[in-house]
Design a protein around this ligand. Structure first.
Ligand code: HEC
Length: 507
């Protein structure tokens, strides 16, 4: 008996440090981190520290931040204060699931709301064309630059919420822009007064936002909690909260929400349930949206479209008659007819298409759609009438974004995800579908995300690094016109192209 007892004791002593390290990491977190990141890790003056929020940072990345801090931010370096093992344990801790699912309902959202109305003015406070502004999201130091799209000169720069996520959304008159952040903060910015006028935290982990066609409502797609939140665009007060999930009660994260302007509706992708949602944003919706199934038809009536599997990353054809979603395995595009709510075709798109950044144009009288692939250096060009694949082009590497404009004969793309060609920009002729130009705007540096000005005469390219830049190209000669230093300009958005739903950019 004795040896057995001894080995039991030994096993217990071996287990003990692990057990106490677990309690320790919580205590350590409460002592050193909670003041800034929140006792529940949902965020405070520092960002939320939850697995879905941290995403691509990774445990090793988190450990590095904990030990070295983030220069020029409030995140201190803890390397001198805590052991390597504790830094590792904290990194694992911030990647563990939260003990409790956040409760983030109307009361919590309303409690975060801050209104700072700007004085009334019916004209901008500057002389630049308000419809040719670019809103540049600088992810490096979490700022937004408002750029004059004719002179390519910044007219304003302000600190944003931590990690803006998904594209900003503009009211139809171009006056206001809404931002969503990774941690759920919605910011309403007045582009005439150049001021934040309202903020509210609509979730704990948010994917993106959409604005209704009438400009009256903002929809927020959340991972945490599993909700789709509708706010008043006027003052960001809560109008409605949908618990996301399918008709059988399977709860789901919402991976994205889109405005379907021709249908007066929001369309949402559910991450964990085989359903697509359509939400009426006007009493008109059932009249203008064939297939809208709701009998009551009032605003925010919900229509569920069942699919054979969860679909993600939607592309809509012009007119919003169809959507193409990516299958979960990343090998196919699935076409859903929005009138019937049925899947009508599948398109072979190996290598994980990035449909959300697909673009469309008329090629010899037929509409085509092009999408880059996240895992292969290819672009697929699809016929939007019969969904056949017209051409698969080889590029320098897997790309993330594609952009064009009604007034240019070219499509621009990147090789963003290629380890060796991440600095390439390639230009494709919209008719011949040949690559006509390959360039390296900043050798060795990650380069991508193109956006055109309102006339289509200039293309703006991002050097996606902390000491990055925005490079303005003449879209006809491909000559560099100007280079503006920027802190990781993750995205740029032209007011005119966005409010007119240009076929060459995402919405
Ligand atoms: C004085 C406030 C403060 C304290 C204390 C603090 N942090 Fe931070 N932390 C921040 C801020 C602010 C940021 C965002 C920095 C930036 O802008 O990149 C941050 C960022 C981070 C990030 C990176 C998040 C991301 O998404 O990139 C991690 C991980 C992190 N903190 C972990 C910790 C841990 C663990 C502790 C405790 C040991 C801690 N922090 C203590 C303020 C703080």
């Amino acid at each position: 008996m004795k040896p057995l007892r001894n080995s039991l004791l030994l096993a217990l002593t071996l287990l003990a440090p692990a057990a106490s390290a677990q309690t320790d990491v919580r205590e350590l977190y409460q002592a050193k981190c909670a003041a800034c990141h929140g006792g529940d890790r949902f965020g405070a003056i520092g960002p939320a520290l939850l697995p879905d929020n941290l995403g691509r940072l990774g445990q090793a990345g988190a450990e590095k931040v904990i030990r070295e801090g983030r220069p020029a931010t409030q995140m201190p370096a803890f390397g001198a204060e805590i052991s390597e093992a504790d830094a590792k344990a904290l990194a694992a801790f911030v990647y563990s699931k939260p003990e409790k699912t956040p409760v983030w309902g109307a009361a919590e959202i309303m409690a975060t709301r801050v209104l700072t109305p700007a004085p009334a003015q019916d004209k901008p406070s500057y002389t630049a064309d308000p419809l040719n502004l670019f809103v540049v999201v600088e992810g490096g130091d979490h700022h937004v630059t408002i750029l004059d799209g004719d002179k390519f000169e910044p007219i304003h720069r302000f600190q944003s919420r931590f990690a803006l996520h998904g594209g900003p959304k503009f009211t139809a008159d171009g006056r206001y822009v809404f931002f969503g952040s990774r941690d759920g903060w919605i910011t309403k910015f007045d582009l005439y007064a150049l001021k934040v006028v309202a903020e509210a935290r609509a979730g704990v982990n948010t994917r993106n936002i959409a604005l209704s066609k009438d400009g009256r409502h903002v929809a927020v797609a959340n991972y945490l909690p599993n909700t789709l939140v509708v706010l008043s665009a006027n003052d960001l007060s809560v109008v409605k909260i949908f618990a996301a999930g399918d008709a059988r009660g399977q709860t789901s994260r919402v991976s994205a929400v889109y405005q379907a302007p021709d249908r007066h509706s929001f369309i949402a992708a559910l991450k964990d349930a085989p359903e697509i949602w359509e939400i009426a944003t006007s009493p008109e919706t059932p009249k203008v949206a064939p297939g809208f199934a709701s009998a009551d038809g009032g605003p925010f009536a919900l229509r569920r479209m069942s699919t054979s599997e969860p679909l993600d990353d939607f592309f809509f054809d012009p007119g919003y008659r169809h959507l193409i979603g990516a299958s979960r395995d990343g090998g196919r595009g699935v076409v859903v007819d929005l009138a019937s709510g049925r899947e009508t075709a599948t398109i072979p798109l190996p290598g994980m298409p990035h449909l959300g950044s697909g673009v469309s144009w008329l090629r010899e009288g037929r509409r085509v759609i092009a999408t880059p692939h996240l895992k292969e250096g290819k672009i697929s060009v699809i016929d939007a009438q019969d969904w056949s694949v017209v051409r698969v082009l080889d590029t320098g590497g897997p790309g993330f974004f594609m952009r064009t404009h009604e007034k240019t004969p070219f499509v621009w793309t990147d090789s963003f995800l290629s380890p060796k060609n991440k600095d390439l920009i390639q230009i494709v002729d919209k008719t011949s579908l040949e690559i006509v130009k390959t360039m390296k705007p900043a050798p060795g540096k990650t380069t991508g995300h193109v956006e055109f000005d309102r006339s289509g005469r200039h293309a703006l390219v991002s050097v996606w690094e902390m000491d990055g830049a925005l490079i303005v190209y003449d879209a006809t000669t491909f000559q560099e016109v100007k280079r503006l230093p920027m802190s990781k300009p993750v995205g740029k958005y032209n007011v005119f192209n966005k409010i007119n739903f240009s076929e060459g950019t995402s919405h």
